[in-house]
Structures are given as structure tokens and as C-alpha cells.
Design a protein around this ligand. Structure first.
Ligand code: ZN
Length: 157
């Protein structure tokens, strides 16, 4: 018998509870998206579409010094892209461009199935999207706001 059969009695239940918690968190961000609305004036902006799903996002950022003072977005999309935009704008507030891009890299690793990235407390609510990594079509939805962020900050997608 593989050792994991005896060693992980509590694990499936814990995983199920965590999955339920994450599902609830995702739906909460979908139903009550944070930071959704216009931002005028903005220092940088980017508009992107995900034709595979029909998601659209316009991301606008205002800086104070070298830190994001306000991150807001408008658009429409599926639960995954909406939750990701909501969580992302929450996470990057107060960060420098470099810190925001480092968070993007960590989210991209999580979407690649990296378990350490998926467990990183620095990602906050975004860890609720870890399960999306199993669904390649949904990964595009989850990453859309982050690609918009990259474009807004660097001029490249
Ligand atoms: Zn989508």
C-alpha cells in the first residue's frame, strides 16, 4: 500500500473545506466586485478582451509617488475574470509597480499549478483561484486582469 493511504486521513476533508471556502470567496467577489467603477484621472490604463469567454476589462491606475493609490476597473465577464479583477485591484493597492508585477508572477505560477505559489499568504484572496489552474480555458479568464495590469504598467501585454 502507498504510504499516503494511511497518512492522510484528515487531508481530504480539509481540502474539501478549503475548496468550499475558496468557492464562497470567489462567488463573493463575483457578486460584490471590489474597486469596480470609473477612475478619473488615471495615470495609466489598459483595455483588454478575452474572446474565448467574452470577458472585457478596462483597468485604470492612479499613483501617489511610486505606489498605486487607486486601482479601479470596469467591464464585464465571467465569475473567474470578475473575481480575479476584484481581488487583484484589492491586492495591488499601495504596491509599487515592481511589487504589483511580482504578485502577477506569483499568480501566473499558481495558474501553472505551482503548489507553493498557491499557498503563498501574500496572494490573499487570490488563492481562491488556485483550483482554476486545472481548467486551461479558465486560466485565460483569471489572468486577463493581470495581463491588463502588465500592459498598463509596462506598455506590453
Ligand atoms: Zn471568462
Amino acid at each position: 500500500m502507498p504510504a499516503s493511504d494511511g497518512g492522510g486521513v484528515g487531508a481530504p476533508r480539509t481540502d474539501a473545506r478549503l475548496a468550499a471556502l475558496y468557492q464562497e470567496l470567489l462567488l463573493d467577489h463575483y457578486r460584490r466586485p471590489r474597486n469596480k467603477g470609473a477612475l478619473e484621472p488615471a495615470d495609466v490604463a489598459a483595455t483588454l478582451k478575452n474572446p474565448l469567454c467574452g470577458d472585457e476589462i478596462e483597468l485604470r491606475l492612479a499613483f501617489e509617488g511610486d505606489r498605486v493609490r487607486d486601482a479601479r476597473w470596469t467591464g464585464q465577464g465571467c465569475a473567474v475574470s470578475t473575481a480575479s479583477a476584484s481581488m487583484m485591484t484589492q491586492l495591488i493597492a499601495g504596491k509599487t509597480a515592481g511589487e504589483a508585477l511580482a504578485a502577477r508572477d506569483q499568480v501566473a505560477r499558481m495558474m501553472n499549478g505551482d503548489a507553493a505559489a498557491a499557498a503563498d499568504p501574500a496572494l490573499g484572496d487570490l488563492r481562491a483561484l488556485a483550483g482554476v489552474a486545472r481548467l486551461p480555458v479558465r486560466v485565460k479568464c483569471a489572468m486577463l486582469p493581470w495581463v491588463a495590469l502588465t500592459q498598463a504598467l509596462t506598455g506590453r501585454a
